[in-house]
Design a protein around this ligand. Structure first.
Ligand SMILES: [Zn+2]
Ligand SMILES: [Zn+2]
Length: 135
């Protein structure tokens, strides 16, 4: 806790806007990485830029945590393409659990107004089980 939480890429503090070209910034218009998405600056400005919110506070991280999307790296995946390229879905309490951000990209939709990732209605029913242990 003594260490200041600053953006790993551009080093701004929590609550500040990222520097131009920061690879941590989330695009408020599409939810993608601002550095690599193709939104026009005016669209981005209209939607309002998202300030740095801490190392665990990026919208995709928050959504993965909220929906219980966890995975761990399977060290034995080499040569076995069936195995999710090494990342296996798991519970949060797995010793090597990491947030499954790929699932956010593939399963969630970006809510531009709320500036967060949401599950499409069709997926919500299946996500109830994952809420367990959310505290
Ligand atoms: Zn930054
Ligand atoms: Zn964008």
């Amino acid at each position: 806790m003594s260490k200041r939480d600053i953006c790993p890429d551009c080093h701004v503090e929590v609550g500040e806007l990222h520097q131009t070209g920061c690879d941590w910034e989330t695009c408020p218009n599409c939810g993608g990485q601002m550095l690599s998405c193709r939104c026009l600056l005016s669209e981005v400005e209209l939607a309002g830029r998202i300030p740095y919110n801490g190392r665990d506070g990026r919208p995709d991280q928050l959504a993965a945590e909220e929906h219980g999307f966890w995975c761990y790296c399977n060290p034995d995946w080499y040569g076995d393409p069936e195995r999710h390229y090494g990342w296996i879905p798991c519970e949060k309490n797995h010793p090597n659990a990491a947030l499954d951000l790929n699932r956010i990209a593939s399963e969630c939709e970006w809510d531009r107004a709320a500036k967060k990732y949401v599950l499409p209605d069709s997926k919500k029913a299946g996500a109830i089980g994952a809420k367990e242990g959310g505290k």
